[in-house]
Design a protein around this ligand. Structure first.
Ligand SMILES: Nc1ncnc2c1ncn2[C@@H]1O[C@H](COP(=O)(O)OP(=O)(O)O)[C@@H](O)[C@H]1O
Ligand SMILES: O=C(O)C1=C[C@@H](OP(=O)(O)O)[C@@H](O)[C@H](O)C1
Ligand SMILES: [Mg+2]
Length: 190
């Protein structure tokens, strides 16, 4: 009876936070994980946009990046204080030592690592990322990738994403990590 109803894959011991470059798939994989696990998905960018009623590009333009970073830190702190969720961060959130400290202490952090060709293929047709509003956005992305990689590498876990993996297949790789590091507690079915 009831076998056809999809069951969550398990219970989360703590929030799961996805970090990594723009275009790595944090938002898309976060959604897929949320659907599989039956836990809420939050995206720090979405929270900032909703609370300010401005787009990210507008916030950068009107108030500057430091203001955005301040809001980002506040949103992350608030979400970590709530019940376990899947939290997709914006690509710059992990660069703040204060953010890193709270994330490492309170959540399970997974870096979605991706190389430049893959990242570029996923961001090049989008216009909503103000840091890429430059004369040569591919070169800017390359510079950011180089500058940020040492910080991302501080994450305790990573999935190196591959272009041929679907969103669900990539989310499965994250789930494997969450099982092996004790974040995902398997539910015993009966
Ligand atoms: N595994 C995947 N397969 C196909 N498309 C993907 C995959 N992961 C992400 N995408 C697409 O790539 C783009 C960037 O992904 P997104 O989740 O917005 O990245 P991020 O939040 O890390 O910047 C989106 O259009 C998303 O749908
Ligand atoms: O890398 C960054 O500094 C940024 C990444 C964006 O989020 P995504 O990584 O989800 O694109 C967004 O927070 C903002 O445009 C700044
Ligand atoms: Mg995103």
């Amino acid at each position: 009876m009831g076998e056809s109803v999809p069951q969550p894959a398990g219970e989360l011991a703590r929030s799961v936070v996805l970090i990594g470059m723009m275009g790595a798939g944090k938002t898309a994989i976060g959604r897929a994980l949320s659907a599989t696990l039956g836990v809420p998905m939050r995206d720090s960018d979405v929270e900032i946009v909703e609370s300010s009623q401005l787009t990210i590009a507008e916030i950068f333009e009107r108030y500057g990046e430091p203001f955005f970073r301040e809001k980002e830190g506040q949103v992350i702190a608030r979400l970590l204080d709530g019940p376990p969720c899947i939290l997709s961060t914006g690509g710059g959130a992990w660069l703040s030592p204060a953010n890193r400290e709270m994330l490492l202490e309170q959540a399970s952090v997974v870096w979605l690592e991706a190389d430049l060709p893959l990242l570029w293929s996923r961001v090049k047709h989008k216009t909503h990322r103000p840091l890429l509003h430059t004369d040569d956005p591919r070169a800017t992305l390359a510079e950011l990738l180089k500058a940020r990689t040492p910080a991302y590498a501080l994450a305790p876990d990573k999935v190196t994403v591959r272009p041929e993996w679907s969103i669900d297949a990539t989310a499965d790789k994250v789930l494997e990590i969450l099982r092996s590091n004790g974040t995902l507690l398997e539910t015993t079915s009966r």
